[in-house]
Design a protein. Structure first.
Length: 495
């Protein structure tokens, strides 16, 4: 993933700042100031059923906006400190999407990072866009809502911004829920780019650890190997770095940046517990001021009730996990991550409820909406179309023709007849997030899958079938990136 990216630390540092209030003598007065001052949202009203058994799932959304909460450009001196361009950059992408799972009874917490370039289906199809990078759900929905409001005669910019952001939050929440297999989202926390900078400045220096020296003029990163203390501007560069032309052997990707962000969170929380920061009323008031200025939470988030179950999180008993990527690819000229939805959802189930997650031997194939599917093999790999037809039949689809095309194609696609859009979306998602498009030449109820050279069978679709060797060769050319973890409770060293 090679496009611009940002900060997971910004939102959870705000959350951690709130959590520690529960265990400080200054806590009640501070809690009242914090809870009463935070901006509240109704984006979760009428959403999914709450988590069962007293568990809590919180979606953390970090916006890549160089604007404040009211949509106004940030001052030039602040933008200069951010080292992140001007107010025209970034838009309203959610470059941070993290699901924080806190079990009932104060057990081990899980923070699950969703790579921002994962190619997904957007349930609301905002601005007519049905499939896009997951980070773009918010901005597209915000834009679509504002267009409708202007058409209805709304001209007040503050009202357009407020309702647009609410639409963006709803679309992002629903997109994440669908992508993760229907997981409940009980609450959410949203912070913009400047929020991270303000919080880092209020925290003072934070110690991090790097496995080697690194440098990046784009983000302003310039760090030595080993442990070092970062000020606010350096902290922002640390969590934003995505390249190193001075040390190209490091081969940075967005996934490395997410591990940086996770490591920063773990380090900041570790230092907060040991430094007596929240016994200092001046420092605590500074953090609360930042949170109330830069953080949005849902209207039903009862912080005091949540804090009572978060002792494990406060003690650093948390694992940060980045979800796996099947391969890096391009769709419509954009760099995207293709994923195996079955693998994503199985990983999330295992992390959230390992006792209830089905083992691979027990798992049953996800049934897809009824359709007749023909497969055209333009990949150059013998037998791939027949293999896929067999696997799709196990998922309730009717086999059509399996043929070999007369030329090689790179991109794989799903086409569908009029009225089959939803079924095609489900099929495209099961095949790793392929792009889909209407085709007026197909009969009603029919779909066509064209397999290009970029196609690999998702792990839930016959990895050991007759095309296993060909799939393995494709994987070596565009390797999958497995899930990875960073442990809380200390200062982890990262790339």
């Amino acid at each position: 993933m090679r496009s611009t990216g940002r900060t997971v630390g910004k939102a959870l540092v705000a959350l951690v700042s709130a959590l520690v209030l529960f265990v400080t003598g200054y806590g009640w007065h501070a809690y009242q100031n914090l809870s009463g001052g935070l901006t509240r949202s109704n984006a979760l009203t009428g959403g999914a059923s709450p988590s069962s058994g007293g568990d809590t799932n919180i979606l953390v959304m970090g916006l890549d906006s160089r604007l404040d909460q009211n949509g106004n450009p940030l001052p030039r001196d602040v933008l200069a400190q951010l080292h992140a361009g001007d107010s025209s950059d970034g838009g309203y992408n959610t470059n941070v999407l993290m699901l924080l799972h806190v079990p009932a009874g104060g057990g081990k917490a899980q923070a699950i990072s969703i790579p921002r370039d994962d190619y997904v289906t957007l349930p609301g199809a905002p601005d007519g866009v049905r499939k896009q990078k997951i980070k773009q759900a918010y901005g597209l929905a915000k834009d679509a809502e504002e267009r409708q409001l202007r058409a209805a005669g709304v001209t007040d910019q503050a009202e357009l911004e407020r309702q647009g952001r609410e639409a963006g939050r709803k679309e992002s929440i629903q997109t994440v829920q669908d992508f993760l297999g229907g997981v409940s989202i009980d609450h959410f926390v949203e912070v913009t780019l400047v929020g991270f900078y303000d919080l880092a400045r209020a925290l003072g220096s934070v110690t991090v650890c790097l496995n080697g020296p690194t440098q990046d003029s784009y983000s302003g990163a310039r760090f030595a190997k080993g442990y070092q203390q970062l000020d606010a501007a350096q902290a922002l560069a640390f969590v934003r770095q995505r390249r190193d032309y001075v040390h190209p052997e490091l081969n940075f990707t967005d996934l490395d940046r997410e591990r940086r962000q996770q490591a920063f969170l773990a380090s900041a929380a570790y230092q907060l517990r040991g430094a007596g920061t929240f016994a200092n009323p001046e420092r605590l008031n500074s953090l609360i001021d930042v949170a109330t200025r830069d953080v949005v939470i849902d209207g039903e988030f009862d912080l005091l009730s949540f804090l009572s179950q978060s002792q494990g999180l406060l003690a650093g008993d948390i694992t940060f996990t980045t979800l796996p990527v099947k391969q890096f690819s391009q769709v419509d000229g954009q760099d995207v991550n293709l994923v195996d939805l079955d693998q994503i959802r199985a990983t999330v189930r295992t992390l959230i409820d390992p006792d209830d997650a089905a083992s691979p031997a027990e798992a049953t194939p996800t049934q897809l909406p009824a359709a007749t599917v023909e497969v055209v093999n333009d990949s150059g790999r013998t037998g791939l179309a027949a293999t896929l037809e067999t696997e799709l039949a196990a998922r309730g689809l009717t086999g059509g023709s399996a043929s070999t095309g007369d030329r090689l194609r790179h991109e794989s696609t799903v086409s569908y007849a009029q009225g089959s859009e939803a079924a095609a979306d489900a099929l495209a998602a099961a095949l790793g997030g392929l792009p889909s498009q209407p085709d007026s030449t197909l009969p009603s109820g029919h779909e066509r899958v064209v397999l290009g050279t970029n196609f690999t069978l998702p792990s839930g679709l016959g990895a050991a079938g007759p095309d296993a060797a060909a799939s393995s060769q494709s994987a070596s050319a565009a390797p999958a990136v497995p899930a990875s973890s960073v442990q809380g409770g200390g200062i982890p060293c990262v790339k």
